[in-house]
Design a protein around this ligand. Structure first.
Ligand SMILES: Cc1ncc(COP(=O)(O)O)c(C=O)c1O
Length: 462
C-alpha cells in the first residue's frame, strides 16, 4: 500500500497507512479519510469567520417533540393565496402517458413555507440514495449533502468556502464560462490546465505542479466538468481521472467535480466512474467536492442542485446560505420530490436514459450537418455526453492558431447565426480558433440552415 498524504495544520505530511487518524470501517473495508482538522485548516478566512444570525442555528429545535416554538418569524400559511397545486407528470419510459398529481396539504404547506438551510429532508434522502446508486457512496463516510439553487449557487459557495484573495486555483481550459468570474472576483491567481478530447491533460498538470515556485503556496482547488464538458463536450477517460486524483493527493488540492451533464451520457462504452466514486475505489476519501444539478434532467427553472463533499466544507456552504439566501426554494424542492419519489430511482434512471438518447439524436443530426457544410473548414471530436459541439475553424495560416472571435462575433452574426467564440472559455481570454455550438434546441432544418450560414461566414472571412 502506498503512503497517504494527510495534514497537520497547513503542512502536508506523508503518513504511512497504519498511522492515519481516521480509518472508518465500512463493511469489511477500511477507508483512509482526511481528519476534520485538515478540512478546517483549508477553509477560507471568510468561511472561518462567518457570523450567524442566531435564528437559523436553532431552527431545527422546532422539530423536538412537544416543543412550543415562539422562534421564527414564519408567515402564517392560512394567509397564502395558493390553496392547491395539481400538475401532470410524464411517465419516465413512455412520455405519452401522463399521470395527474395533486400535492397533499402537507406537501403544499412545506412547499409554501420557509424550510431547512440544507434543503428538505425527503430531497436530501433521495440525493443520498442517488449517490449510493450512481457512485457507490454511503452515508457515514465523512461526507454530507446540501441542496442549493442549482449547481451554480453551489459552486460559488464551495469556492467561497475554500479560497482567499491571492490563492492559486486551477481550472481546466477551456472552462465553463460561469466559473472564471468567481475566481477573478475573489482575486485568485487562476492557472489554466490544458485539456484534450480525453479530459484534463494530466502530464501538463503534473508539470505545472512539479515546477510550482517553492515560495508560492500550491493551488487549493481544481475545477473540472468531467462528462460532456461545457464547452468542449469531452468526457474524461478513466485513466486521466485516476491520474488527476493521484495528483490531487500528491499536491494537496480539492477537485471540484461539476457534473451537470452526468445523466446526459450517451457514449458507446459504459461511462467512466465519477471522481466521487473513484476516490472511494482508491480507499482514500476527502479530495472531491461533487456538484450535481437537476437542471438538465428535470427542469432548469426549478433551480435545484446538490453538493456532496467533506462534512466541514458542506457545513461552511450551509453557513454561507444562512447569510445569503437562507435556503433553497421550498416549492421547487417539493415539486422535485413529488416527481422523484413517484418515479423511484429506477424511473429516474429510465428517464435519464431517454433524455440522454434525445441529446444523442440531436448530436447526430448536428454532426451530419457539420459533415455536409463544415468538413473542409473545421475539425472536431464527437461528444459522448452533454449538448455542446466544440470545433476548430481551419482559418489560421500555416502553423499558426487561428482566431474565431471576429468571424463568430461579426461575420457569422451578420449572416444570421449566433454561436460562441472559443476565447470566451479561457480565463486568460487567449485567442482561440474554436467555436462552441449548442445542439440542444434546434430541429434538423434549422441546424442545416445555421451551419450553411456559418460556412458562408467562414469562407467570406478568408
Ligand atoms: C458546467 C456547468 N456548471 C454549472 C451550470 C449551472 O447549472 P445550474 O442550472 O444547476 O445552476 C451549467 C449550466 O449550463 C454548466 O454548464
Amino acid at each position: 500500500m502506498s503512503p497517504v498524504v494527510t495534514h497537520s495544520d497547513d503542512i502536508p505530511v506523508v503518513v504511512e497507512p497504519t498511522k492515519v487518524v481516521n480509518t472508518p470501517q465500512i463493511g469489511d473495508v477500511t477507508f483512509r479519510t482526511l481528519p476534520d482538522e485538515y478540512f478546517r485548516s483549508r477553509l477560507s478566512t471568510t468561511a472561518k469567520n462567518r457570523a450567524f444570525d442566531g435564528i437559523r442555528s436553532v431552527l431545527h429545535l422546532e422539530q423536538r417533540p412537544g416543543i412550543i416554538s415562539l422562534l421564527a418569524g414564519k408567515p402564517h400559511s392560512s394567509t397564502f393565496p395558493i390553496t392547491s397545486l395539481n400538475f401532470t407528470l410524464r411517465d419516465p419510459v413512455d412520455p405519452t402517458i401522463e399521470t395527474p398529481i395533486n400535492l397533499s396539504q402537507e406537501e403544499l404547506d412545506l412547499g409554501l413555507q420557509y424550510g431547512p438551510t440544507t434543503g428538505i429532508q425527503p430531497l436530501i434522502e433521495w440525493a443520498y440514495g442517488l449517490q449510493k446508486a450512481a457512485h457507490g457512496r454511503n452515508e457515514g463516510e465523512g461526507w454530507s449533502i446540501t441542496i442549493g439553487n442549482g449547481a451554480q449557487d453551489l459552486i460559488y459557495k464551495a469556492v467561497t468556502a475554500l479560497v482567499n484573495p491571492g490563492d492559486a486555483v486551477l481550472t481546466e481550459a477551456p472552462v465553463y464560462a460561469g466559473v472564471p468570474p468567481m475566481f477573478q472576483t475573489m482575486l485568485c491567481d487562476v492557472h489554466e490546465v490544458e485539456t484534450d478530447a480525453d479530459g484534463i491533460d494530466a502530464s501538463s498538470l503534473r508539470a505545472l505542479l512539479e515546477n510550482w515556485p517553492t515560495d508560492k503556496p500550491k493551488p487549493k482547488v481544481l475545477y473540472t466538468v468531467p462528462y460532456g464538458c461545457n464547452p468542449t463536450g469531452m468526457t474524461a477517460t478513466l485513466e486521466r481521472r485516476l491520474k488527476v486524483l493521484q495528483l490531487a493527493r500528491e499536491h494537496d488540492f480539492f477537485i471540484l467535480e461539476d457534473d451537470p451533464y452526468h445523466y446526459l451520457y450517451y457514449g458507446p462504452h459504459p461511462r467512466p466512474p465519477s471522481y466521487f466514486a473513484l476516490e472511494k475505489d482508491q480507499l482514500e476519501i476527502g479530495r472531491v467536492i461533487r456538484l450535481d444539478s437537476l437542471s438538465k434532467i428535470l427542469s432548469s427553472g426549478l433551480r435545484l442542485g446538490f453538493a456532496s463533499g467533506p462534512n466541514v466544507i458542506i457545513k461552511a456552504m450551509n453557513d454561507h446560505s444562512t447569510v445569503s439566501n437562507l435556503q433553497p426554494n421550498s416549492l421547487s424542492q417539493i415539486l422535485a420530490v413529488a416527481v422523484l419519489s413517484r418515479w423511484g430511482y429506477d424511473g429516474f434512471f429510465k428517464h435519464s436514459e431517454r433524455v440522454s438518447q434525445f441529446y444523442k439524436t440531436k448530436r447526430d443530426v448536428f454532426e451530419a450537418a457539420m459533415r455536409r457544410h463544415l468538413s473542409d473548414v473545421a475539425e472536431w471530436t464527437s461528444p459522448e455526453a452533454g449538448m455542446f459541439m466544440w470545433f476548430k475553424l481551419l482559418t489560421g495560416s500555416e502553423g499558426r492558431e487561428g482566431d474565431s472571435d471576429e468571424i463568430i462575433r461579426t461575420t457569422a452574426l451578420e449572416r444570421g447565426v449566433l454561436a460562441l467564440p472559443g476565447t470566451v472559455f479561457f480565463p486568460n481570454k487567449r485567442k482561440s480558433a474554436y467555436v462552441r455550438a449548442s445542439f440542444s434546441q434546434l430541429g434538423e432544418k434549422e441546424v442545416d440552415e445555421a451551419l450553411r450560414r456559418l460556412r458562408t461566414a467562414i469562407l467570406d472571412s478568408r
